[in-house]
Design a protein around this ligand. Structure first.
Ligand code: SIN
Length: 536
């Protein structure tokens, strides 16, 4: 058994935490300017980006423009988008995507050029996809090959970040637990970039892998960073939903190609909810499905593709065809049982257009960050675009603002030594039980339709986990506290926002209110989570 206080020390110029699209892109770009440490809690091939299906939205088709893309993004975002962030995302996004293509990333083509797809809320076909609907896998594989052969990038796999070194003003790096070597590593860096992804794996029904557990948001919060918009959890309308089977995403792109939603009476119901039918923005589709399920007392509705060409289904959506076949369904003939599930965390660590947080030398990009590009609801396939744009910006800011190395304060080094990496089996078991019960609580009470009664019930359950029995230097207890903070933030923010806007829907406050054209910000101050409101 290793000595509790022994810590291996490493120095780098750029510390990147997370290996989804933002992390990989940031690592490759940063390696042109200095030494990079890339940390991932599993392997560099596993991330939420990897599972992205729809694709990357970018205004490069001849009938499209960044102005139209901006308009669609704003219209779905319901008044809470940050205009600067949207402008930057749609315009620099096309540059980043074209660069990727020039570097050899191949997106699917049709006879006349790219085979642009369409999803809810888009007024043009502008979604680039790869390997049919395995876009995330294609892009992540493409970039991870680059990362693996780049000798400026040191990859730490199976390495869990315990804490950021922060005195609440400046970040100096992080403390890592390496599961491979069973040791603690202190990484001292000029700049730290959080690219850890979202938190929707915390919901018991989710399109995300359970590893998408909001670790980076908790790291930021514990380091003194401001976190915002946590009430805005986007639910994907169509996740495979069959008793006893795993949930997996049924891409919106399938509705883009003509897939129809029907209820248990075989009736196509979207015409009762929106003129845009199955291609209405996803909050509208998700709510309509939820309503049909509730009215009919059913656990799902169906997506029907029977009227589509079977060659289209088998080629363009090969992966979905095969996954459903494994569950005993031939989707060229059988309807797919689907229901909404948690999909994307719109909120996160507050950043400016340069991906800077309020803590010096700490940057955040991708789903862990909240730069404001999505407002109250994200337009489908805008997230991979956001990753590319704001990962580059994080590194550009670091180059400009994080040139000098700063000593890690002694106090933080002493604290790092105290962490114990070996928790009792009893603690591990109790953590896993808490995680399951919290995931059901937020799923059932902080879901697609919210109300005060349910939210108070959820808050009560969350606060029954008592801090006083927990040891902050025990890794498992620390994860439990993080889980508690995240579920609390999501629930309390949902309770505070007494209106319905975008992805946040209150049954007891069913309309949008101008009073709520503002954001809920959170900070951990002296051990207490406090909120304030802001215009941006
Ligand atoms: C999908 O393929 O439906 C997901 C696209 C997205 O969430 O952006």
């Amino acid at each position: 058994v290793m000595n509790k206080s022994s810590v291996t020390e490493v120095k780098t110029d750029f510390l990147i935490i997370g290996s989804g699209l933002s992390g990989l892109y940031a690592a490759i770009y940063a390696s042109k300017f200095g030494k990079v440490a890339l940390i991932t809690k599993s392997s560099i091939q596993e991330s939420n980006s990897y599972w992205a299906q729809g694709g990357i939205a970018a205004a490069i088709n001849s009938d499209d423009s960044t102005e139209i893309h901006k308009k669609d993004t704003l219209s779905v975002g319901c008044g809470l988008n940050n205009l600067d962030a949207v402008n930057i995302m749609v315009s620099e996004g096309t540059e980043r995507v074209l660069e990727l293509i020039n570097q050899g990333m191949s997106f699917d083509r049709a006879e006349s050029g790219f085979d642009f797809g369409i999803e809810g809320g888009h007024s043009r076909r502008r979604i680039l996809h790869a390997l049919g609907n395995e876009t995330g896998k294609a892009v992540v594989d493409f970039l991870s090959k680059e990362v693996q052969k780049n000798n400026k990038i040191k990859i730490y796999e199976n390495s869990f970040v315990i804490d950021l070194f922060s005195d609440s003003k400046t970040c100096f790096g992080c403390l890592v637990f390496s599961d491979t070597k069973k040791n603690k590593i202190s990484i001292h860096s000029k700049s730290t970039i959080l690219a850890t992804g979202g938190a929707c794996g915390l919901y018991s029904q989710s399109s995300n892998p359970s590893s998408t557990s909001g670790d980076g948001i908790a790291l930021g919060l514990n380091a003194g960073a401001t976190v915002k918009d946590m009430e805005f959890i986007q639910f994907h309308p169509t996740v495979f939903s069959k008793e006893g089977a795993k949930n997996f995403l049924i891409s919106e792109a399938i509705r883009g190609e003509g897939g129809q939603l029907i209820n248990h009476s075989k009736i196509r119901f979207m015409e009762n909810y929106s003129k845009q039918l199955e291609l209405a923005p996803r909050d509208i589709v998700a709510r309509a499905i939820f309503n049909e399920m509730r009215m009919n007392g059913e656990k799902n509705v169906f997506l029907s593709l029977k009227h589509l060409k079977s060659s289209l289904i088998k080629n363009r959506f090969k992966n979905t065809f095969e996954l459903c076949l494994r569950e005993g369904l031939d989707i060229t003939k059988d309807d797919i049982p689907v229901s909404p599930a948690a999909h994307y965390m719109i909120g996160g660590i507050k950043t400016n257009a340069g991906s800077q947080t309020n803590i010096k030398n700490l940057y955040a990009c991708g789903e862990v960050a909240c730069v404001g590009a999505h407002g109250a609801n994200r337009l489908a396939s805008n997230s991979l675009l956001e990753c590319l744009v704001f990962a580059k910006r994080a590194i550009d800011s670091a180059l400009e603002l994080s040139k000098k190395e700063k000593q890690i304060p002694k106090k933080l080094i002493e604290k790092a030594k105290k962490y114990s990496l070996i928790s009792s089996d009893k603690k591990v078991e109790s953590y896993l039980n808490y995680r399951i019960s919290l995931s059901q609580i937020i799923n059932n009470y902080v879901g697609i339709l919210r109300n005060k009664k349910d939210l108070l019930l959820a808050l009560n359950e969350i606060s029954s986990i008592k801090r006083k029995n927990l040891d902050e230097f025990d890794l498992i207890d620390k994860r439990l506290m993080n889980l508690k903070s995240l579920t609390y933030l999501i629930t309390k923010s949902a309770l505070l926002r007494e209106e319905s806007r975008g992805a946040h829907i209150r049954e007891d406050f069913s309309s949008q209110s101008n009073k709520w054209l503002k954001h809920i910000n959170w900070k951990l101050t002296n051990g207490t989570l406090r909120f304030s409101y802001s215009k941006q």
